[in-house]
Design a protein around this ligand. Structure first.
Ligand code: CU
Length: 168
């Protein structure tokens, strides 16, 4: 997403510089094989976020995050539950207004799917399910500015294990 926005800006700059201002000409130029390659810098500033469960409690130690728009986010989550407790957690970022439905569909999807409906387009990013003592992570492009929800989709956890993810 961030890459597309940046590339559009880059192409606009090229178009202005070369005098190709007509929309039709610009679109034709974009479809060709001579399209300029966007620089890697366009993919955004790396941001690392950390979250953990509070021991055996069904609780995250953070309930909100804020990241700049265009960030390349790496979310690291540690499951601090006691060995043998059987308390597993994941971290799932979802589109606004979808958290309860994603949680319900996750329960239906079952353990074989890490309690997430496969290919769920309401899910922006997620870690795998972490066992007791395990640390997991996921790297993703920050979605467009807005307020998103995160949760743990293990059955029964989402009611307590949830928070807000703000992109500004
Ligand atoms: Cu959990």
């Amino acid at each position: 997403m961030a890459t597309n926005v940046s590339r559009r800006g880059f192409l606009r700059t090229v178009a202005v510089a070369s005098g190709l201002f007509a929309g039709g000409v610009l679109i034709a130029a974009c479809g060709g094989g001579a399209e300029p390659t966007p620089t890697p810098a366009a993919s955004g500033t790396p941001v690392t976020l950390e979250i953990a469960s509070k021991g055996d409690a069904l609780e995250f130690d953070k309930t909100s995050f804020e990241v700049p728009a265009g960030s390349k986010v790496t979310l690291v989550m540690k499951n601090n539950a006691s060995p043998g407790s059987g308390v597993y957690h994941n971290w799932v970022l979802v589109r606004p207004g979808t958290i309860d439905a994603v949680a319900a569909d996750g329960i239906a999807a079952g353990e074989a799917n890490d309690y997430l409906k496969p290919n769920d387009n309401r899910v922006i990013a997620h870690t795998k399910m972490a066992k007791e003592g395990e640390t997991v992570s996921v790297t993703f492009d920050a979605p467009p500015p807005g307020t998103y929800d995160f949760l743990c989709s293990f059955p029964g956890h989402a009611t307590l294990m949830r928070g807000k993810f703000v992109v500004k």
